[in-house]
Design a binder for this molecule. Structure first.
Ligand code: IVH
Length: 697
């Protein structure tokens, strides 16, 4: 990640502007990877940190909030697909225990808290490794289902959950509370998971790393018809909101849930005291390989619900329950080869091919090596004996090499490929973040031309903020790519050549074909910034694309400049660098993109199909062209946004802070420190009226 950033309190206004711009682009790029490509590049925690930083900067500099601020997109983007649902009772998590001692201490704690001498009864339930879900029933009818989310608010997945066969749409039997949130785990069995991945692989689609990811991906499908085809399963084990109590013990509650039509884990049992906890764990560990679904431990719960009530919660976890986790399972084997796989976004992932070995009851032949840095860190070489670890997940990891067992003579260190295995022999580049920091990821620079990346790129191309082509969604694109009709953006505009075949395709009629072609034709005339953004060049987000479009004005000027930037022509690089908020990462990405012949050819072919509109270039023949202007204090004849837009139209650059580079400060009533600085620096200061007189408003 990036070097530790300056604290928000220390940021100057200029730094804040730069950072807000960078964050807007970076977050937008992550949103695309997360929502459209289902291939997040960073963890949720890192993503949240970016969002938080953005909000903190905005809180300190409210006047710098951008029109396209990620804060405005929270609802629109993260939850565009699934509406937020507030849980009736929060969905908390459990504390973990890792040893027999921890389990014994849990029992002791419970008895101390309740001041009990007697033995306590517990349920011991398998801890299913899926994703938790809360399903609300009103009068016995399923009315809403939500994911856990942050525990307080989840996502509305009612349509998708309703397709899961093991979840009753109507409760069976009787005795259910008028309102009840039934909680449990949505998961995929091993056999279903293997079949799903096999089918995905055969169709050239993305495979899932483990059953839990596959279950999560399946549950979060926008189209519930897709979810319906995934063999998701469900175990009920808890509840949230209740209109009235329905059981006196957890054990009784499980039996009731079962009688209402839910599956409950048959491996669950009721045990007595600490010894019962330990025995249950040993038994579950032995049964684990035969279960046919992933569990990552055992959950212990105080059986009596009145005692659970008295025990209550400490912060985010109950005192009445604990999760005893299985240790990671390890085995020894030999690394036979390292293969490189190319993901949908072009990221190159090294995969270890192993001599088959059983780890925790599962035969393992592959392990992920994550990236080049990981290989270097482990210093793992083909022929090495390695320690493999499987922790809950199905994709095992190599923890370390056994140095004594390295063959003689020593094998050479692994050399990470410099060209993509996609046959294009494109250069492999190290990925950088928008702020220019190198990451551990290496990518194929083949973009549209790399068969592994084509679909993701085309999806970006037709997406709403790029070419926004109606009627050409993921499903249609995938089908057209498979049929060989579309391989690159220009092909979209030549799709009419396949009109007759399309008419014969199931699901298409005269009207839908007409609509599709109208949707395409409507975009044959396109704004330059959308054209640039649509190319999907790394780090060239919407904002940067607008800046570049304004800077170059025409598609011809843009392409000419890009050729020169690719050749590292100093003048062209400097021109680009001088554009507002554009720096090294954008320049490098543009240069790498346009240095590839196939990218240039693809862009040219696309241009030949289109009329790319001229962008409004900043004027150079006005009184304020090229000047840096700062507005401060209250403006009385126009809004800040108007003033800014007008100044920019006239070729001025508007800045939020006064520095030596400022040419003019327009000060209205109430102007404070900026006016003071301007006077100190001897900068020209004028009133709003004087400004308007000058710019001829
Ligand atoms: S009871 C207050 N029972 O483990 C929390 N959870 O760390 C009540 N899980 O979020 C949860 N199997 O996703 C419970 N038999 C089981 C479980 C189980 C799996 C998951 C669940 C929960 C997490 C708790």
């Amino acid at each position: 990640m990036v070097a530790a950033p300056k604290s928000v309190e220390q940021l100057t206004e200029a730094e804040a502007v730069a950072e807000l711009t960078r964050l807007a682009d970076e977050i937008a790029a992550h949103d695309i990877r997360y929502f459209q490509e289902d291939a997040p590049a960073i963890s949720d925690a890192d993503y949240d940190a970016l969002k938080r930083r953005n909000t903190e900067i905005e809180a300190r500099f409210p006047h710098l909030i951008r029109e396209n601020s990620p804060s405005f997109r929270v609802g629109a983007t993260r939850a565009e697909q699934f509406a937020p649902v507030e849980h009736g009772v929060p969905m908390l998590s459990l504390d973990n225990a890792f040893s027999d001692e921890d389990a014994v201490e849990f029992d002791a704690r419970v008895r101390r808290f309740l001041k009990l001498e007697e033995e306590v009864a517990y349920t011991a339930e398998p801890k299913i490794d899926g994703l938790s879900c809360s399903i609300r029933y009103e009068n016995g009818v399923l009315v809403q289902a939500a994911t856990r989310g942050d525990g307080r608010v989840g996502e509305d997945v009612t349509a998708n959950v309703s397709t899961i066969g093991e979840i009753p749409r109507r409760l069976k039997g009787s005795g259910w509370p008028e309102t009840i949130e039934v909680r449990g785990e949505v998961y995929l069995g091993h056999a279903e998971f293997a079949a799903l991945n096999e089918a995905a692989e055969a169709a050239g689609q993305k495979t899932y790393a483990n059953p839990r990811n596959a279950a999560a991906g399946s549950l979060r499908q926008i189209d519930s018809k897709v979810t319906a085809q995934r063999p998701l399963r469900f175990f009920a084990y808890a509840w949230g909101l209740l209109s009235e109590p329905f059981a006196e013990t957890q054990w009784e509650a499980l039996a009731k849930l079962k009688s209402w039509g839910f599956q409950v884990t048959p491996q669950s049992e009721r045990v007595q005291g600490a010894k019962g906890l330990l025995d249950a764990y040993a038994r579950m560990e032995a049964e684990r390989p035969k279960l046919g679904f992933d569990i990552d431990g055992v959950v212990y719960k105080v059986d009596r619900l009145d005692w659970q009530q008295r025990l209550g919660f400490v912060s985010r976890a109950p005192r009445w329950g604990i999760a005893r986790k299985f240790p990671a399972q390890q085995a020894r084997t030999v690394l036979e080869a390292i293969d490189i796989q190319v993901g949908r976004t072009g990221a190159l992932t090294p995969v270890a091919r192993l001599t088959p070995v059983t780890v925790g009851g599962v035969v393992v032949t592959n392990a992920t090596l994550h990236n080049a840095d990981e290989i270097e860190r482990l210093d793992v070489r083909v022929g090495d004996t390695v320690i493999l670890q499987r922790a809950g997940d199905v994709i095992p990891q190599i923890v370390r090499v056994v140095p004594e067992e390295r063959p003689k003579p020593e094998p050479a260190p692994f050399e990470f490929p410099h060209v993509c295995p996609c046959d294009l022999k494109t250069e492999v580049v190290r990925e950088t973040t928008a702020s220019g920091a190198e990451t551990v990821v290496r990518r194929c620079s083949g973009e549209f031309a790399c068969p592994f990346q084509r679909l993701a790129h085309l999806r970006h191309f037709v997406s709403r903020r790029a070419f926004d082509i109606e009627g050409l969604g993921e499903k249609q694109l995938t089908a057209f790519v498979e049929r060989g009709w579309i391989a690159e953006p220009a092909d979209i505009f030549r799709l009419h050549a396949h009109r007759d075949e399309l008419l014969e395709t199931e699901g298409y009629g005269e009207t839908s074909v007409k609509n599709l072609f109208e949707g395409i034709e409507a975009r044959r005339t396109i704004a330059l910034d959308r054209f640039i953004y649509g190319l999907g060049i790394r780090h060239i987000g919407e904002t940067t694309a607008v800046v570049m479009a304004r800077g170059y004005g025409t598609i011809e000027a843009f392409l000419e400049a890009m050729d020169k930037v690719a050749a590292r022509d100093p003048e062209a690089v400097e021109e680009l660098d001088a554009m507002d908020q554009i720096g090294g990462a954008v320049i490098d990405a543009a240069a790498a993109y346009f240095a590839e012949d196939h990218n240039r050819r693809i862009v040219q072919a696309l241009k030949d199909e289109l009329q790319v509109q001229e962008a409004e270039k900043p004027k150079t023949d006005t009184a304020v062209a090229g000047k840096t202007v700062v507005f401060t204090g209250t403006l009385e004849r126009m809004t800040r946004d108007e003033a800014k837009a007008q100044a920019e139209r006239l070729g001025a650059k508007v800045s939020g802070s006064v520095s030596k580079k400022t040419d003019i400060v327009v000060a209205g009533p109430g102007a404070g420190s900026k006016l003071k600085t301007a006077t100190e620096l001897g900068i020209q200061v004028m009133t709003e009226d004087e400004w308007i007189a000058m710019v001829g408003g």
